[in-house]
Design a binder for this molecule. Structure first.
Ligand code: F0G
Length: 336
């Protein structure tokens, strides 16, 4: 299967013959969610973006950002990240054989994402600060250095990520609304760019964690807090584009609490067989809490794979059962 630049080259800022750094991203499944549909009272579909090569939707943007960086002669890329952008940048930079540095908030990055960034050979810098501090600093750094910034302030990131809208439109033309977690607000802006290029207008339902909800509150949040570390962001870089997208789509932006996020996270795993990371479950939590506002077919974007964050899964899942090396004990352990 080819990657998304080859698949959508006529709608992306690339030409045949350009260097393409791809890991076969995109073309992710869209599956129906029976239990959640019943609870919400609408037909709910799940777009499994955690099945991209590094386990998140970031790969769509990163194939474009890193390919463009290579085309422009960059020998290094850098990003601030809550973890997934870092893992994706590290993987694509490794494939391009260029240097990568990632700046992450100290102690607040899920284990899987850290492991990915390190094994791909990125220089991982733990900042004594949050994501917003990290992004401010790397933007300043890039003004005076030739390193390519691959955060979603880079327009190539949005170009790549808009292809998710193309795919969902092919998979479910009757789509009436898209439910999506919002952090730095790049992804919701990219989806809207994709829909706008197609000339379709599904409603956008954006969800932020209660403790990190600058778009809902209408102002920057100084110390954002949430269990969903991927969207622990208080000053979204793509705020203005996201507000336009929400307005033009007759959309809604609302909050969900950490408890509601975790409830949706467990429900997805136990009743749909889908393991996503907590931030991704915000899209489902939002529909469960606030409803689908009368729409019939809604797609929830499950942005990242549950394996990224084993600590949360272990804390939220059941207990292991100890067993002696003995048949009767095993019978007891299995059946009781
Ligand atoms: N879901 C996941 C799993 C994410 O990693 C992110 C963002 C989002 C949702 C929100 O997307 O920022 O475009 O609104 N993660 C970034 C990162 C910030 O550094 O990996 P957004």
């Amino acid at each position: 299967m080819s990657g998304l630049i080859e698949r959508y080259i006529d709608r992306l800022p690339f030409e045949i013959g350009d260097p393409i750094i791809s890991l076969g991203e995109g073309t992710t499944p869209l599956i129906y969610a029976c239990e959640i549909s019943e609870r919400v009272g609408a037909r709910v579909w799940l777009k499994l973006e955690g099945l991209n090569p590094t386990g998140s939707f970031k790969d769509r943007g990163m194939t474009c950002a890193v390919s463009a960086a290579v085309r422009d002669g960059s020998e290094a890329v850098i990003c601030a990240s809550t973890g997934n952008t870092a893992a994706s940048a590290a993987a694509y930079a490794a494939r391009a054989r260029i240097t990568c540095a990632v700046i992450v908030p100290e102690g607040r990055i899920a284990q899987g994402k850290l492991a990915q960034s390190l094994i791909h050979g990125a220089r991982v810098i733990e900042l004594d600060g949050n994501f917003d501090d990290a992004l401010r600093l790397v933007r300043e750094l890039c003004e005076s250095s030739p390193i390519a910034l691959v955060n979603s302030v880079n327009p190539f990131r949005l170009e790549g990520q808009k292809t998710a809208a193309f795919e969902v439109h092919e998979q479910l033309p009757e789509l009436a609304a898209l439910s999506i977690p919002v952090g730095n607000a790049g992804n919701i802006s990219a989806w809207w760019k994709g829909f706008s290029e197609l000339g379709v207008k599904p409603r956008l339902f954006g969800f932020q964690a209660e403790g990190a909800a600058p778009l809902v509150l209408g102002h920057t949040v100084e110390n954002p807090e949430t269990i969903a570390t991927a969207i622990r962001i208080g000053n979204p870089a793509r705020r203005d584009e996201a507000l336009v997208a929400l307005d033009e789509s007759n959309g809604l932006i609302r909050t969900v609490s950490d408890d509601q996020i975790l409830e949706a996270y467990r429900l997805l795993a136990k009743t749909e067989g889908v393991f996503c990371e907590p931030a991704s479950a915000a899209s489902v939590a939002g529909l469960l809490v606030h409803g689908a506002d009368g729409v019939e077919d809604v797609v929830c974007v499950l942005t990242g794979n549950g394996l990224k964050d084993p600590d949360t899964a272990l804390a939220q899942g059941g207990e292991m059962v100890k067993c002696a090396d003995d048949l009767a004990a095993l019978e007891q352990a299995v059946l009781s």
